[in-house]
Design a binder for this molecule. Structure first.
Ligand SMILES: Cc1cc2nc3c(=O)[nH]c(=O)nc-3n(C[C@H](O)[C@H](O)[C@H](O)COP(=O)(O)OP(=O)(O)OC[C@H]3O[C@@H](n4cnc5c(N)ncnc54)[C@H](O)[C@@H]3O)c2cc1C
Ligand SMILES: *[C@@H]1O[C@H](CO)[C@@H](O)[C@H](O)[C@H]1NC(C)=O
Ligand SMILES: *[C@@H]1O[C@H](CO)[C@@H](O)[C@H](O)[C@H]1NC(C)=O
Ligand SMILES: *[C@@H]1O[C@H](CO)[C@@H](O)[C@H](O)[C@H]1NC(C)=O
Ligand SMILES: *[C@@H]1O[C@H](CO)[C@@H](O)[C@H](O)[C@H]1NC(C)=O
Ligand SMILES: *[C@@H]1O[C@H](CO)[C@@H](O)[C@H](O)[C@H]1NC(C)=O
Ligand SMILES: *[C@@H]1O[C@H](CO)[C@@H](O)[C@H](O)[C@H]1NC(C)=O
Length: 416
């Protein structure tokens, strides 16, 4: 690497020059880690809007923390951030949000880099148990199971596509006895949450314009996207709003982004509450146990670990568990709530025998690696320095691509 100092250059200009040299080197060698490291540095130096210094979530020190709060929320992810915001609207209540990870960084703001966040410090990096029936193409028959570890949780590492799900699924949940979960019940909440900026949708009865979560089209679209969408028309589908009246059809994605960049639930719901004194947020706090009164079977606090120190905090009203699909049931089990035999087998004192805890995991199928040869509309196989420069200086270009879903659609998988 070479650094050629000019006369009168400041230290920060030198660092910028050095970072450019680094990123040029990383691009020419194809070293992704180097690329991300230097890009991060350049973002810090050149994109104050991403650094967002004035609005970042204020973290309370352990010394500042109270001994008890009205509500203690475990996990500051997609759900936890919303709960912390909404509960702290009532200034009579005190709320503590405990998050195992740290604040989100700057790289996660860059839409096209979403898949590079896995196996970094913002991913718990779980692997599933190996099996003889699935993940057979993987080393030791084990798939990765990414889960976000940061304020914002998995909304910090997800692929940004805004899809609410099918009306009939909600209605079926309601039919199964879950009152309040029918589509007509949840729609007002979706609308309350959303601030859609897509012009055609702002007046739609299915969308909201006053919520914290911004929903936009991608700022950059790969040229191949329109070929793909047009191909769906040739197959007889129409362009639809998959979050609207009918889901069957195709569209360019609606994305949980703001000014083209990731809008995690932490950005949406926590940065906006920076001024609320009744909300304390503590990161790097791994909750290890929910404290449950064995007589009343009521949760009255939590234990958490931070930098090898164990702390206890009490909840006057409620402990809210929003640690995600994997860790919420795990924490219940660690706290003595779960299938009795299993808890006994691993030496956990049973407070409540609840056989369903940890069962009935459901997820969507994901298929990657289907590769096609095409005549490219233009050559965009790798990031070039000019694309980086476009991102840094002009705030547009291919780094704004929602690259995991240029076009999305729903089709009938069953003949009627
Ligand atoms: C790679 C990937 C891509 C995805 N793409 C999309 C997409 O395009 N569109 C879409 O709608 N959805 C997508 N999803 C799914 C979506 O992001 C998740 O469904 C959603 O974020 C889950 O929210 P949650 O609040 O349940 O959990 P999370 O957001 O995961 O929050 C759980 C939080 O709890 C914290 N935590 C866990 N255990 C503890 C503990 N013991 N103590 C303290 N804190 C703890 C975690 O660090 C985390 O912050 C994707 C998910 C992944 C992983
Ligand atoms: C807060 O408490 C005061 C005094 O008890 C009460 O008058 C007020 O309505 C409460 N505010 C909310 C938002 O509940
Ligand atoms: C799971 O992994 C273990 C350890 O590598 C191995 O002994 C076992 O055979 C594997 N089981 C299956 C079903 O692949
Ligand atoms: C919604 O987003 C737009 C930008 O698309 C912004 O100008 C407006 O202030 C936002 N509305 C609210 C209520 O936050
Ligand atoms: C896709 O269809 C639109 C509308 O008919 C048209 O404007 C566009 O050029 C088409 N794109 C391609 C790549 O054919
Ligand atoms: C559990 O609840 C009972 C009944 O309300 C109470 O007497 C006891 O002190 C509680 N125990 C703890 C550890 O809070
Ligand atoms: C990117 O932004 C610059 C400056 O605003 C503008 O001149 C240029 O046309 C934009 N390019 C694209 C591809 O939108």
């Amino acid at each position: 690497m070479e650094i050629v100092p000019e006369r009168n250059t400041s230290v920060s200009q030198l660092i910028v020059q050095w970072a450019y040299t680094g990123i040029r080197f990383a691009l020419s060698n194809g070293t992704m880690i180097g690329f991300l490291t230097f890009l991060e540095l350049l973002i810090v130096l050149r994109r104050p809007d991403i650094v967002d210094k004035d609005n970042r979530v204020r973290i309370v020190s352990v010394e500042e923390m109270l001994g008890s709060y009205d509500f203690v929320i475990i996990g500051g992810g997609s759900a936890g951030a919303v709960l912390a915001n909404r509960l702290s609207e009532n200034s009579n209540w005190t709320i503590l949000l405990l998050e195992g990870g740290n604040d989100e960084g700057v790289i996660s703001d860059v839409p096209s880099l979403a898949s590079y966040l896995q196996h970094t410090e913002v991913d718990w990096g779980f692997k599933i148990e190996n099996s003889s029936t699935y993940c057979k193409g993987m080393v030791n028959n084990q798939c990765n199971w990414p889960r976000g570890k940061a304020l914002g949780g998995s909304s910090v590492i997800n692929y940004l596509i805004y899809v609410r799900g099918n009306r009939k699924d909600y209605d079926q949940w309601e039919e199964l006895g879950n009152s309040g979960w029918g589509y007509d019940d949840v729609l007002p909440h979706f609308k309350k949450a959303e601030n859609v900026s897509i012009p055609d949708l702002r007046a739609s009865p299915y969308h909201g314009t006053t919520g914290y979560l911004t929903v936009e089209r991608a700022r950059y679209k790969h040229p191949i996207a329109s070929y793909f969408l047009n191909a769906s028309f040739e197959m007889g589908y129409s362009e639809v709003d998959v979050n609207g009246e009918t889901q069957t059809g195709f569209m360019y994605p609606q994305a949980t982004v703001r000014n083209g960049r990731r809008c995690s639930s932490a950005k949406a719901y926590l940065r906006s509450t920076a001024g609320r004194e009744n909300l304390h947020v503590r990161t790097g706090a791994l909750v290890t146990k929910i404290l449950v009164n064995e007589t009343t079977k009521t949760a009255y606090g939590v234990e958490f670990v931070r930098e090898n120190m164990k702390y206890t905090v009490r909840a006057k009203k409620e402990v809210i568990l929003s640690a995600g699909t994997i860790q919420s049931p795990q924490l219940l089990m660690l706290s003595g709530i779960g299938p009795k035999e299993h808890l006994e087998e691993v030496g956990i004192r049973v407070i409540l025998d609840s056989p369903g805890v940890g069962k009935n995991l459901q997820d969507h199928v994901g298929i990657g690696g289907l590769t096609y040869l095409i005549d490219p509309p233009h050559d965009s196989s790798t990031s070039t320095l000019s694309e980086v420069e476009q991102f840094l200086a002009e705030r547009n270009g291919s780094l704004y691509d929602i690259s995991f879903g240029e076009v999305i659609g729903f089709t009938n998988s069953r003949y009627q």
